[in-house]
Each structure stands twice: as C-alpha cells, then as structure tokens.
Design a protein around this ligand. Sequence first.
Ligand code: AMP
Length: 424
Amino acid sequence: MAKPSFRTHHGMHDILPDESPKWLALETIVRETAKRFHFHEIRTPIMEDTALIARGVGELTDIVSKEMFAFNRGEDKYVLRPEGTASVSRAYIQHNLAQLGGVQRLFYIGPMFRAERPQKGRQRQFHQFGVEVLGSAEAVADTETIAFMIAVIQKIGITRYTLKLNSVGDIESRTAYKEALVNYFSPLKSKLSEISQQRLEQNPMRILDSKDEGDKVLVVNAPKILDYLNEDCTAHFEAVKTQLTQLGIDFEINPLLVRGLDYYSKTAFEISSPDLGAQDALGGGGRYDLLVEELGGKKTPAVGFACGIERLLIASEALGLNLVKDHRPDVIMISLGDEAQLWSLKAAQELRAIGLNVTMHYSVGSMKAQMKNANRENAKYCIIVGDNELAAKEFVLRDMDKSVEQKHNWSQILAQLSPLAKSL
Ligand code: AMP
C-alpha cells in the first residue's frame, strides 16, 4: 500500500519555527502600538454565520460571491471569516459594548480565509491585524486610525509606502455621484468590459476600480466623487487632511479609491508599497457609519482598517529589515553523565528563574556531539558539567563568541550571567 502523503491546501502555509520569531516580533509591534494608542484587543471566532458576512461584506463583492469557504452543519451556516470588520461589529452589537460608554477602540490579529487564486502576497489563509473605532463620527477618529497604521509600518522600518486618501461621501453625496457616473458611462456601455456593464446596473462606483485596461481608459475622464460631496462630507474630508498634515503624514488624493457598498462613508484610504509586486496594498480601510445599523445595531459611526501581515513581512524582507532582535539562548547546559544531567536540569531552572533563556542537551552524548549542538543552537554561553566538576563544585563556563572558558563556582556563574537577565 502506498504511504499516505499529506500537504497543506493550496494557498495555505505552515509558519515554521525559523519564521515564527519574525511573526512574533511583528505581532509584538502591533500590540505595543495598541498600548501606546490605548486600543484594546478583541478576539472573535474564526467562523461566523454566513448571513453576517454576506450582509457585512456585501453580496455583490467578490469576497462573498466567489471566495467564501462556507459549509452547512444542520440548520447552521458557517463561513470561515474573510475579514474582521463584520465580526467586530457583530460582537459590538451582541455584547452591547456601547453600554460601556465612550468610544470603543479595538484591535485584532488573526487568520482570514478567502478562496482566491494564490499568487505572491495573495493566499487562501492569510493574516491581518486591524483596528476598529466604534462610536465616533469625528474626523480625529479617522486620523488616529490612519496614524495607528502608519505607526506600525514605521516601527517595522518600512520606509517606502504611499498613503492614498479619498472620500466616498455619504448616501446623499453618492446618490448624486452615481447618477453622474451612470450618465457618463451609459453612452460608453458597449465599450465597457462585461463585468463593468453589469456594475453599471448594480453598483456603478465599482467600475472605478476595474482592473480591465479598456475600462481604465474610460475611467480617466469619469466624474470625480470629490466634486459631488455635500457640505458635511467636504468639511470632514478637509478636517482629516488638515489633521494628517499636522501629524506630518504625507498622503496622495486618489479619487478612484472606492468602497462600493452603501454603508461605507466619507474617508477611504489605502497604503501601498512598491516593494510588494502586483498585490501592492499593505492595508486599507475607511469609515463605515451605517454598517452597525445594517447588522441590526443602533446607529454607530465607525472607522477602521485591516493590514496584511504576510505583506508587511514581504515588504520588510525586500528592504532587508531584521525584525528579530535576539533569538539566541543565553545558555546551553552540557552534561557529561547522568548525575551531571540531573544537576544541570535543576541549574537550568535556577538560571531561568533569574531571567535567562536556557536550553539543554537532552541525551547525555559525547562532549563533541554536545558542543556541535551548542553551536547549532547559537548559544551565547555553555556550562559544562561532568563528574569532576560535580565533585569540585566548580563548573566550566564557556563564552561561545570569544571561545574562552573558565572554571567557576555556582555563585560566580550566577553573578557573571545575571546581567543577561531580562523580564518575560
Ligand atoms: P481588504 O480587507 O481586502 O481591504 O484587505 C486588507 C489587507 O489584507 C490588504 O491590503 C492585504 O494586505 C491583505 N490581504 C487581503 N487579501 C489577502 C490575501 N488573499 N492574501 C494575503 N493578504 C491579503
């Protein structure tokens, strides 16, 4: 019988031990940034009710119409979440987070699932960190949300990026704008791609982000949303621009940056990087003042963004950044004999208790094999213990970088190593 052979699904990846330190480093940057901005973490289930995602992301989007991993179990319809905003909004409503008072400033980190065609920077299981601010209609909330995303990007060390900014108005502004778009595109309908012809009927704003080259030519002269904003939306957009300028955050106005759904409003933004290739968005977001109501909650203005973690890692690698500061063990215990190993087991615990990162060789092999392992583990020091050392209560402390070693009693070793101690 053939041996079974199992592999991950297409577009889904293991994060192996040699990669996980940089993931941890990046997640730590997100958490530290959240602490600085005083945002709180929310963790929602990976599966949601399919109807929530259909409504929250939009029936007409590619995500819902083509890319959901969904299945039924009994009466219940499950979907692996493709993004975080619908889940966070559901949790906000379900647990009545509004009753806590004030504005909810939330962040999340976790896997998302979309059945897309995998390519560089595009996977079927990928990871996002995101921020959602619920309960504020103020432009400052938009600006702080953008500032959070930029803070993470800068802390990683990504220097080459562009913030694209637009306003998609509110329903009133958009009704006027959609009419202008239909008037502009209708005489050109036969020249539009098939998908854009459909969108002309269903959701004309989505023609603006068409990938079709022919459509792109026609889009150049199409009316611009910014000319159709009402007074409230214009004032909001101006305030966001002034605040970003105040923070020294550069931006580019891009009137083609649209979110086609009616519950998106006012600010829309995206941050792209030239180091990513075809899929060049690091992240994006915007205001969604009507979504919570759409999902059954009270009217709650909100703004947020999501950023792709794989893409942040691709950009940081392209720039040669090293996110992992120190992944070396401070000490590796080398024991020559069973009794020595028993002693080392306890000594390792003592060193860990004072704040050192310590590993040990599990099998009591030859000195040569254990030293080879100490080099592979890239330990800063090793402590070598054999029967003679146990009898004399003096142990060999070897500085692996300098290749020098000396015998010390245990309290001298503790004194010498204690400067390496760090808190967890
Ligand atoms: P979106 O929710 O589509 O606006 O996505 C927000 C961010 O998540 C994007 O800017 C990407 O960085 C990342 N992202 C979205 N889809 C994928 C995917 N299939 N694979 C990897 N990253 C993705």
